[in-house]
Design a protein around this ligand. Structure first.
Ligand SMILES: Cc1cc2nc3c(=O)[nH]c(=O)nc-3n(C[C@H](O)[C@H](O)[C@H](O)COP(=O)(O)OP(=O)(O)OC[C@H]3O[C@@H](n4cnc5c(N)ncnc54)[C@H](O)[C@@H]3O)c2cc1C
Length: 516
């Protein structure tokens, strides 16, 4: 019989197999000479006090433990009913895998390139500041999640759904640790291989994956989707179209508006990406100890209510790099990534302010009001940086003191910084709250505000500024039969795992409809 054993120990002890076995035996009062099999169930670090502890939970049995992964029953689907999926981000890819599990044929269309060719476009972007509008940090195989930190935590409370996504990632090559760690992550260097394996498997099973294939139009007849157009040249008939295009595909929102398909303005968040030295964050979080073999590079999560609005840290990347995430020329956008070891000397995080459609006078009549604000800020940043992909920057201390920076410490942003006052990019209701928020954070993490920290602008692609409304039960658009607005771009997910869950759920809804 399998039993669960939990205890806390030091970080050193958590790495020592013989100590762990002894402690498990102690906990169970196990005196038999029989062999005991055990494996980690959950592991989390508790660094709230000076003595740092590891919370350990193990599955233990006198018999060989059952397989870690369930038996996924993927079917061959070459001759099955096609389900058309637009976008090969986490939502699109996991929708495709769900098709294979349910005996449906996924046919995926992705505007960007396959993951290896995409890497070359990113190298060019980082070297020369040239943005390819179809192949960048947001567009291409794997979606926005491919060249990210690969953090796999989510606020989703449905543990079963989350575990299933993590198990599928392990099935396709992710380290088993992601099933155990309280804050699992994969890393930019490991994600592309996993994504490539998923694609090859989809094709092997009879599905289709088409790259450099952009959805450019669609046809609706009697409130039902009937066909869609790829690359302004090829029309394809459909009765089930999953729209998993992510929140950076502005052309999709414009397309829906052109066809008078209902969309709504949605709250989102905007702000800056702040960067410190990782050693500084380690010392604060680990009470003057540094990360290393025993302790992973430290992270933080900060939140405050300022003048009735949330100001909070977003997508913190320990040991990370700040990336240029624009999807077209004429805009600057930041986000962060890190390799699996998180071994860069910098720690970056978005620090953002909640934005509500009602912040803008015409929010009731213009569903794109938040998107237009987001676009305006990104355009101002580009102009302020010198009309290129350099990033507007200010030291955090100078930002607080409203002074233009004359010197910067080293930043991880490859393309370079331009000294700009954040007040020239953001309206007062954003910068004022950011300043107050930073002062609150400095009380929680003394020294957070300093000349050694840099704010880079803007962090603007936190979540979709547009909602594509859908029926909660059928997952179809509220007005259009057969159209499935999916995941982050439609406003139903925020992050890799929740997007993947939503992709799978859209396919389950289609399967339910067909099976009736
Ligand atoms: C640098 C960076 C770091 C991040 N770090 C993390 C992290 O550590 N953890 C985390 O959980 N989240 C992270 N995120 C956010 C995460 O990547 C997204 O939440 C997630 O990818 C959303 O998944 P999605 O499938 O809904 O959309 P996306 O990943 O945006 O995928 C949409 C796909 O649709 C394609 N597409 C768009 N329009 C069309 C069209 N017209 N025709 C065909 N294809 C189209 C795009 O090319 C894209 O591949 C990060 C994002 C970035 C940019």
């Amino acid at each position: 019989m399998m039993q669960l054993v939990t205890f806390t120990c030091s970080p050193e002890q958590a790495l020592d197999e013989s100590y762990l076995l002894l402690e498990i035996k102690n906990q169970l009062n196990f005196s038999s000479k029989n062999k005991l099999f055990f494996r980690w169930k959950k592991r989390s670090l508790d660094a709230r006090n000076r003595t740092i502890k590891v919370n350990c939970s193990f599955e233990v049995s006198e018999e060989v433990l059952p397989n870690l992964l369930p038996d996924f029953d993927f079917k061959s689907v070459g001759n099955e009913k096609p389900i058309h999926i637009i976008g090969a981000g986490p939502a699109g890819l996991f929708a495709a895998l769900e098709c294979l599990l349910l005996g449906l044929k996924p046919v995926l269309f992705e505007r960007g390139k396959e993951v290896r060719a995409r890497r070359r476009d990113l190298a060019q972007l980082n070297k020369e500041g040239l943005v390819n509008p179809e192949s960048n940090y947001c567009f291409g195989e794997g979606g926005a999640g491919t060249y990210s930190d690969g953090k796999l935590y989510t606020r989703s409370k449905k543990r079963g759904d989350v575990d299933r996504i993590l198990q599928l990632l392990v099935y396709f090559g992710a380290h088993e640790n992601i099933l155990v760690e309280a804050h699992p992550h994969i890393g930019t260097n490991k994600l592309p291989q996993i994504i490539e394996k998923i694609r090859q498997f989809i094709i092997e099973k009879g599905g289709e994956v088409h790259f450099e294939s952009k959805l450019t139009d669609l046809k609706v007849d009697s409130k039902t989707i009937t066909s869609f157009e790829i690359n302004a040249s090829q029309w394809i008939e459909t009765d089930s179209l999953i729209l998993a295009t992510g929140h950076s595909a502005r052309d999709i929102f414009y397309l829906l508006q052109k066809h008078k398909i209902r969309i709504e303005a949605k709250p989102f968040a905007i702000g800056v990406r702040v960067e410190h030295q990782q050693s500084f964050i380690d010392q604060l979080q680990y009470h003057n100890q540094l990360s290393g073999e025993l302790l992973p590079p430290a992270s933080y999560s900060l939140v405050s209510q300022i003048d009735g609005r949330g100001v909070y840290s977003f997508c913190m990347c320990p040991g990370g790099i700040i990336a240029p995430c624009a999807t077209s020329d004429g805009e600057v956008v930041t986000n962060g990534w890190s390799p699996s070891k998180r071994n860069n000397p910098y720690a970056n995080s978005g620090i953002v302010v909640s934005i509500d459609p009602s912040d803008f006078p015409n929010f009731k009549t213009n569903p794109l009001v938040c998107l237009e604000f987001q676009k305006m800020i990104e355009g101002k940043a580009w102009a302020a940086a010198g009309k290129n992909q350099k990033v507007p920057a200010q030291t955090l201390k100078d930002f607080i003191d409203r002074k233009k920076s004359t010197h910067f410490p080293e930043s991880s942003y490859y393309i370079g910084l331009t000294s700009v006052e954040m007040d020239d990019i953001f309206p007062a209701f954003v910068v004022d709250r950011l300043r107050k928020g930073f002062k609150e954070f400095d009380k929680k993490m003394p020294g957070f505000i300093s000349q050694q920290a840099i704010v880079h602008a803007p962090e603007s692609r936190t979540s979709s500024p547009v909602l594509i409304p859908r029926n909660h039960e059928t997952m179809e658009h509220v007005d259009i039969i057969g159209l499935y607005p999916c995941a982050e771009g439609a406003g139903y997910a925020g992050g890799i795992v929740s997007a993947a869950i939503d992709g799978a759920k859209c396919v389950q809804a289609i399967h339910n409809k067909i099976s009736k």
